[in-house]
Design a protein around this ligand. Structure first.
Ligand SMILES: [Zn+2]
Ligand SMILES: [Zn+2]
Length: 281
């Protein structure tokens, strides 16, 4: 994106007082036909494709992953030695950076390529990304399971494998691998928190003070920062855990370079499907 000025972003992304359930009713006059929101024909169609089967899968993943998080957390504490504190600190920073990069990569991939028509992953995985661009605050009306189900699903198997190793490997092997397991554990925690941070970045009213404090300090994804992504055609600032990596990746023109390579190799045009949904009325 070439234009990132504050005015340009304000005019071309969803206003904070958009006609939506996430709005401040004291703000007065609204435009007659809003460009974004649940009344958009494409948004309605996409929202209706959230099935009971998908809901069940999300519920199972959230419960299973939560149990594994607690189990692995306790096992890591059990094997913790005081001199490990530096490891925890470094693992936490690397975990945050890795989660932020992965959030960008997955978000970019789903926004830019594929289609809702694809079997299995289309409706299950790509659909929420399309919905999010034409009804950005729908995420603020999703409950904990719908918001976090996909991210919890992704980390279920790595956490299960970690628990398996703790229960079956001899003590000295666990100590040898401790740094790696701590990094992997914190990475999964930050991956699991990513869409919650993303949801908060779209919540303009009623957030607890400690959350807006973390956003203002840019410890988690700030609202103004993420708004830069929500300027059509949604081609930059894909990282949504903390958004820290958006600065270097933008400076490197990382996403356009990757898109050029893929377009040259496959002939597919970036954001074809996203544009199709945006035009539905
Ligand atoms: Zn997006
Ligand atoms: Zn967003």
């Amino acid at each position: 994106m070439t234009e990132t000025g504050a005015d340009y972003i304000k005019q071309n992304s969803m206003p904070e007082d958009e006609i939506n359930q996430n709005s401040d009713s004291t703000l007065g006059e609204r435009p007659a036909v809003p460009r974004w929101g649940p009344q958009h024909a494409g948004a309605k169609e996409l929202a209706s494709q959230y099935t009971a089967g998908k809901r069940l899968q999300e519920t199972i993943c959230v419960i299973g992953t939560s149990i594994l998080m607690v189990v692995n957390g306790i096992l890591l504490l059990k094997h913790f030695q005081l001199e490990d504190w530096k490891v925890v600190l470094i693992a936490a920073i690397l975990g945050i950076l890795t989660a932020d990069f992965l959030s960008g990569l997955v978000h970019w991939g789903a926004d830019t390529w594929g289609s809702v028509e694809l079997p299995v992953i289309g409706k299950g995985f790509i659909r929420p990304f399309r919905e999010h661009h034409i009804d950005p605050t729908s995420i603020t009306r999703h409950d904990f399971i719908e918001t976090n189900g996909d991210n919890f699903a992704v980390i279920l198997l790595p956490l299960a494998y970690m628990a398996y190793k703790f229960f079956t490997y001899p003590e000295e092997v666990i100590r040898q691998n401790y740094n790696w397991e701590m990094y992997m554990f914190l990475l999964t925690i930050f991956v699991s928190l990513t869409n919650q941070f993303h949801k908060w970045s779209h919540t303009y009213f009623g957030l607890p003070r400690w959350i807006t404090f973390l956003q203002d300090c840019h410890i988690i994804l700030p609202r103004k920062h993420h708004r830069i992504h929500h300027v059509a055609p949604h081609e930059t600032y894909f990282c949504i855990t903390t958004g820290w990596l958006n600065y270097p990746l933008e400076a490197m023109r990382f996403w356009p370079a990757l898109e050029n390579i893929i377009e040259t190799l496959t002939g597919f045009k970036p954001r074809d499907d996203d544009l199709k949904w945006a035009k539905k009325s």
